[in-house]
Design a protein around this ligand. Structure first.
Ligand code: 4AD
Ligand code: MG
Length: 465
């Protein structure tokens, strides 16, 4: 394996004279006079390591195998490079081809590929410059998230992937079963979930929030970072059926504190990733989003705008636009509305608060007007909603009434017994939010389709790899 100090990233920063072994995959080979130039990368760097292989050092049939996509080890000496773009290059002494990649059928030849044609190549696209950059940013973002919370004393907690309750009360869950469905179908009887693995119906979780609330009422400040699943049939550039969500949950916290934390969080993530991945972001900006740095800077410059839902609706109504979806008070804000507010009108991130209770989840705290709840959505240019959160309903009687109201829509009071009981034993005002990891990735990388910021996207009709 490659040990620290031997990644291409490290070798490129090493002083000439060192004897090293480089390992990786060939980007290109160019043949000069009596010499071959090989661009090699192990995914650690946006810049390839140039290997200089003197003609005759390895047999002609080995050279023939050094083609784009082939896997090599090269042992030799780092020397000062005469070519521009790199300080050092590797003068090969021995070279081993581990796996060839026949140019007749290796699909990733040197030319620029469009992102759509790379999607069916999920097993190979990680080797391209673009996905190298995107997945390094993904790693840096994950690290930045942990650092932000760890620096503030938050406890990283793990909430279950398999769940028996619908955390959003929206009914878009994937069912999990160990029942033999073929057998059930043959029997002609409806499935008996009491006989299922968990003795009840279970699903893939849509959010870890409800369990995070349990832990916030023991550890005060916690966060989750894990996969969540939504069986909505939304085939859009911003929706995945399986995505990662980060959900902080804080006791002794109201909606104002929640907004402050969300704002500090986004600013910190942008700042850290800009610091860690500037060359990757420059590459992505050059090829995919000329406005990338400008978009990121608006997050850092000044405070986010904060408006109520009611104000947002008024702004939409007086915009003079014709909208695809209605903008009456009571209707949910759609992507077109969100983007207009943040991208065109206010031109920076916007936090919209206090939405009508009818369009928001059951757990959100009712405001005194009884028409709205203490919800917040953070909107950013180009993406729209990147964070959704709220202060939670901590009053047992109010919450119980809310759950009972939803019984007609299939919500079962018994399934939420523990959630209700938390309000009876040592409850306190608390709040939290969820950030879609891939939405943040889109914002940071300038990628226009969410399928291009996760290695193996899950979308309707698509679960290859
Ligand atoms: O607004 P959502 O549905 O909120 C919750 O799930 C709350 N339980 C969060 C909380 O308060 N703890 O989802 C939160 C965020 C959205 O703002 C969006 O960024 C992202 O998750 N998201 C998706 N990302 C990709 N694909 C999807 N299908 C998504 N649905 C939501
Ligand atoms: Mg939301």
């Amino acid at each position: 394996m490659i040990l620290p100090g031997n990644y291409v990233r490290d070798l490129l920063r090493s002083a000439p004279g060192a004897a090293v072994t480089a390992r990786g995959w060939v980007k290109t080979r160019r043949d000069g006079k009596n010499v071959h130039f090989i661009q090699l990368n192990d995914g650690s760097s946006p810049t390839d390591l140039q290997v200089v292989l003197d003609e005759g050092l390895v047999a002609a049939e080995v050279v023939a195998k050094i083609t784009t996509g082939a896997c090599l080890s090269v042992e030799g000496e780092l020397v000062a490079s005469l070519g521009k773009g790199q300080a050092v290059e590797l003068k090969a002494r021995t070279l081993t081809v581990h796996g060839a990649a026949n140019p007749e059928d290796y699909p990733l030849q040197k030319k620029k590929h469009n992102l759509e044609t790379l999607r069916p190549l999920g097993h190979l696209r990680a080797r391209t410059n673009t996905f190298g950059a995107v997945f390094r940013v993904r790693n840096a973002l994950a690290r930045a998230i942990h650092k932000f919370f760890q620096d503030r004393g938050f406890l990283y907690v793990h909430t279950p992937v398999i769940s028996s309750s619908d955390a959003e009360g929206a009914g878009s869950m994937f069912q999990v079963t160990a029942l033999d469905l073929d057998q059930t179908a043959r029997s002609g009887e409806p499935p008996d979930f009491a006989q299922d693995f968990f003795g009840r119906r279970t699903f893939l979780t849509v959010s870890g929030q409800l369990e995070a609330e349990i832990l916030a009422l023991a550890f005060a400040n916690v966060y989750t970072f894990g996969p969540t699943f939504r069986a909505e049939n939304s085939n859009t550039p911003r929706h995945l059926a399986e995505f990662y969500m980060i959900e902080p949950e804080m006791a002794f916290c109201d909606l104002k504190d929640d907004q402050d934390l969300a704002e500090a969080f986004l600013k910190s993530l942008v700042e850290q990733v800009l610091g860690d991945c500037r060359p990757d972001l420059e590459f992505l900006s050059k090829w995919y989003e000329p406005e990338l740095f400008k978009n990121l800077e608006v997050v850092l410059a000044g405070g986010f705008e904060r408006i109520s839902y009611t104000e947002a609706v008024a702004l939409l109504q007086k915009s003079g636009r014709s909208w695809e979806f209605p903008t009456e008070w009571g209707c949910d804000l759609q992507s077109e509305h969100e983007r207009y507010l943040t991208e065109e009108l206010i031109k920076k991130p916007v936090i919209v608060t206090n939405y009508p209770r009818e369009i928001k989840a059951f757990y959100m705290r009712s405001n005194d007007d009884e028409k709205t709840v203490a919800a917040m959505d953070v909107l950013v240019p180009r993406i729209g909603e990147i964070i959704g959160g709220s202060q939670r309903e901590e009053r047992h009687d109010v919450l119980l009434a809310k759950i009972r109201e939803q019984a007609a829509r299939g919500m079962k009071e018994e399934a939420y017994w523990w959630y209700l009981e938390l309000r009876r034993f040592g409850g306190v005002e608390h709040a939290g939010f969820g950030m879609g990891f891939e939405r943040m990735m889109m914002y940071l990388t300038g990628m226009k389709n969410i399928r291009d910021v996760i290695p193996f996207p899950r979308t309707p009709g698509n679960a290859e790899f």
